[in-house]
Design a protein around this ligand. Structure first.
Ligand code: F6R
Length: 619
């Protein structure tokens, strides 16, 4: 989970690399580095490590770069092998200093490869698996191979996941890239070629974009692209359509991507519903599962990680409620290790913003191997997961740059509700009028989300009041429990405050022992069948000294249930979403804003929280 960028054919290559790294910072920021190919000489290289300071320090340090060099590669790192220090930062060079390599992923057999290097790898200068690969490719070149052939030959010996970019001073216009399991794309204009982990890095520079599939090697020279298999057989480059513009991936006047993306949530849900509801009937465009497939499904597993998993919890409740199929949701990193019973009539619903999270991708591969059908709910078109699944529902949320997910989470819940309703239609578990009524309410959700945003100022004031809080509990029931999990995740990852989520009824079985004077309990107390019970749970913690922050439903006149108003120290009121199963899309808004403003009050970088990366492509 790193960012890779490469450019060849532009004398301003260094500037393009640095701008690309800036746009790719969401993929990792433990270090940043660039390498320029100085023909016939050595690689010129600069690296800096130090969390979010890495890239600014790199930019400040490149004043001595050679002018007019037209080819180079760059890298943002999310540290895996070795600590985030300068000696471990990419690009890595070979012993001669003539070859440079950037890598995203993990080389599983790096120790075996290192053992084949001169003196068992004594010349290695870092603790990384990636440097081993740089030396290993150089070793292949020493046998007389050109750079591209050397990369192909080396990668045939590599076990693990990678996307790489490699350059060599003896072939100063060539960048060789390759991919297995980690994202990589390339782009062209008339005179220049680009390599990148993701399209935003080269958007506005390249005129056309190309997919690089797994097990492919790409050779980029100014204005030209050639793609081959690892054996060297040529493959026709496949164009990739890009329908969004760069402005949608920039801050657009907001202080951070996170706030911008929170405000984009009404559109994210609207666009996810667009074209998928026809006359009160759900018609998912992108699922290739037939009505017959949907009827035959007898068991569903919903898998994902982090925020995507939390969306899956809502999906589980919606599918069971409307389509009456047994569903189990599970974190993807656990799923494939516990022998889940899968058959051709099982459906695995994989949820992933990026479509590249390794844990979820491995769950997809496992499910397919076990002959289950796989449907991916995903935001990135043509991502690895989308390509590997039987069917895809794209969330049309637009590019999400902030490391913490917001708009893609609500779009995922919208997509899962659509799926639940389509399953119910296909299986005859909902009357058509009932389904039509529900989809009408679903279409009103974007306006409710916008209305929930209106109390941003109040949320900010409450968050500032709790600036120094140490422990927070989030409690809820059913969808409120999924929401509690998401609220706690947002708070801990952004503000670094210890936050735990519990099903509210479970507190009394142990965790209530932790409640003491001043502990903050955030209670999801919006309109639901279980509201009376959650009010009792609030009373239990209030009686033990907790401060209560309640999320409660506005009755339309600006009032909330008087029992909640009496018990709570602070209330964030939200409009009712029309159905309990739609409420997480609206109710999550004040929780996101609370985490955002609390983190800001503590001086944290909300777009790039410590220790995280946007796309986690390691186990
Ligand atoms: C938290 C967050 C992460 C991701 C998780 C899965 O705000 O963003 O928990 O949700 O890493 O990522 P995707 O959805 O890309 O598979």
């Amino acid at each position: 989970m790193c960012g890779i960028i490469g450019v060849t054919g532009d004398p301003e290559a260094l500037g393009i690399l640095l701008e690309g790294l800036h746009r790719l910072e969401y993929r990792g920021y433990d270090s940043a580095g660039v390498a320029l190919v100085v023909a016939g000489d050595e690689i010129w290289r600069k690296r800096r490590a130090g969390g979010t300071k890495s890239l600014p320090e790199l930019v400040a340090a490149v004043g001595d770069a050679p002018r007019g060099v037209a080819c180079g590669i760059g890298h943002n790192w999310w540290a895996t092998h070795g600590g985030p220090t300068e000696r471990n930062a990419h690009p890595h060079t070979d012993a001669s200093g003539k070859l440079a390599l950037v890598h995203n992923g993990i080389i599983d057999n790096y120790r075996e490869l290192a053992a084949t290097l001169p003196q068992g790898g004594a010349e290695l200068t870092s603790d990384t698996d990636s440097e081993v690969l740089a030396h290993y490719v150089a070793g292949k070149m020493a046998t007389g191979l050109g750079l591209a052939d050397a990369v192909r030959s080396a990668l045939r010996d590599v076990h693990g996941k990678f996307s790489i970019g490699v350059v060599h001073v003896d072939e100063p216009e060539l960048i060789v890239g390759a991919r297995r399991g980690s994202p990589l794309i390339c782009g062209l204009n008339d005179t220049t070629a680009f390599l990148a982990s993701d399209i935003p890095a080269i958007h506005g520079k390249a005129d056309e974009f190309f997919v690089i599939d797994d097990e492919r090697v790409v050779e980029l020279t100014p204005g030209a692209v050639r793609i081959t298999t690892l054996l060297g057989d040529e493959v026709e480059p496949e164009r990739r359509e890009v329908t969004w513009n760069l402005a949608s991936a920039e801050k657009g006047g907001y202080p951070d991507f996170m706030l911008k993306e929170i405000h984009e949530q009404p559109d994210a849900v609207r666009d996810t519903l667009l074209g998928r509801i026809d006359n009160g009937v759900v018609a998912l465009d992108s699922t290739e599962l037939t009505e017959e497939d949907l009827r035959r499904i007898d068991k569903i597993f919903v898998v994902g990680c982090g925020t995507s998993f939390n969306a899956g919890l809502v999906g589980e409740l919606a599918i069971e409620h409307w389509a009456k199929v047994p569903v189990k949701s599970e974190v993807a990193s656990e799923f494939r290790y516990r022998d889940p019973v899968l058959t051709p009539t099982s459906l695995v619903v994989a949820i992933s913003q990026s479509g590249e999270s390794l844990d979820t991708m491995e769950a997809v591969t496992f499910a397919k191997r076990q002959s289950a059908k796989v449907l991916t709910v995903c935001n990135v078109v043509d991502s690895s997961m989308a390509r590997d699944s039987d069917a895809v529902i794209y969330t049309h949320a637009g590019p999400e740059i902030c490391v913490a997910s917001t708009k893609t989470h609500v779009a995922q819940i919208a997509a899962l509700n659509l799926l639940a309703l389509q399953l119910a239609q296909a299986r005859g578990t909902l009357y058509p009028e009932e389904a039509a009524h529900l989809v009408r309410d679903l279409q009103l959700v974007p306006d409710k989300i916008a209305a929930a945003m209106a109390q941003s100022g109040h949320v900010k004031a409450v968050a500032e009041k709790y600036r120094d809080i140490r422990d927070v509990f989030f409690i809820g029931r059913q969808v409120g429990r999924a929401l509690a999990q998401e609220g706690a995740l947002k708070l801990k990852e952004l503000s670094y405050v210890r936050a735990e989520a519990y099903p509210a009824g479970e507190l009394k079985h142990g965790p209530i022992a932790l409640i003491e004077e001043g502990t903050l309990v955030v209670a999801i107390a919006t309109k639901s069948r279980l509201l009376d019970k959650i009010i009792s749970n609030i009373q239990e913690v209030k009686a033990r000294g907790a401060s209560i922050l309640a999320i409660a439903t506005d009755d339309g006149d600006g009032n909330v249930d008087p029992r909640i108003a009496d018990l709570a120290d602070d209330v964030f009121s939200v409009p009712y979403a029309g159905h309990e199963l739609f409420t997480p899309m609206v109710d999550v808004v004040p929780l996101q804003l609370f985490a955002y403003y609390l983190a800001k009050a503590r001086g944290n970088d909300v777009d790039k929280p410590r220790n995280l990366a946007k796309t986690v492509t390691v186990e």
